[in-house]
Write a protein that binds this ligand. Structure first.
Ligand SMILES: [Fe+2]
Ligand SMILES: [Fe+2]
Length: 140
């Protein structure tokens, strides 16, 4: 099971830019969870909203970087992966809305993060690891 705050070499997709972005993203997910209210009746505070904004902007930047690389591989890989990213962004904004309304607790958001990143980084992203390492460095 993927741990959000403890990077392991087994998470690597073999590309240092993507690995660094993944590492930051996992840690930002852990920060957002830490800043969620303990009690569902409490509204998330400004520190949570700040963490949320940072997380969303890093996710957007990461998806753009990864999709730019995948585009160079051609074929259906890029389009399929782009749709996976899009689906995640939609799900994440639903989850964050629910956090704001006090409808989901920390455990549910944590499960969503762990399941999504496990499925995505460890399977979908790592699936293109070999191909992405063959892209000439100057173009990445
Ligand atoms: Fe991805
Ligand atoms: Fe990724």
């Amino acid at each position: 099971m993927l741990e959000l705050n403890h990077w392991k070499s087994s998470y690597s997709v073999g590309h240092w830019v993507l690995d660094n972005q993944h590492r930051v993203l996992l840690s930002l997910c852990a920060d957002a969870l830490d800043l969620m209210p303990e009690d569902l009746s409490e509204k998330p505070g400004h520190r949570f909203h700040h963490a949320q904004e940072e997380l969303l902007s890093c996710i957007e930047e990461h998806f753009k970087t990864e999709e730019r690389l995948l585009k160079q591989l051609g074929g259906s890989v890029y389009e399929h992966h782009r749709l996976e990213h899009q689906g995640f962004s939609r799900q994440l904004s639903n989850y964050l809305d629910q956090v704001d309304k006090g409808e989901i607790d920390r455990d549910s958001l944590q499960t969503f993060f762990v399941e999504w990143w496990t499925g995505h980084i460890l399977n979908s992203d790592r699936a293109f690891s070999n191909a992405i390492q063959r892209i000439p460095k100057m173009t990445t």
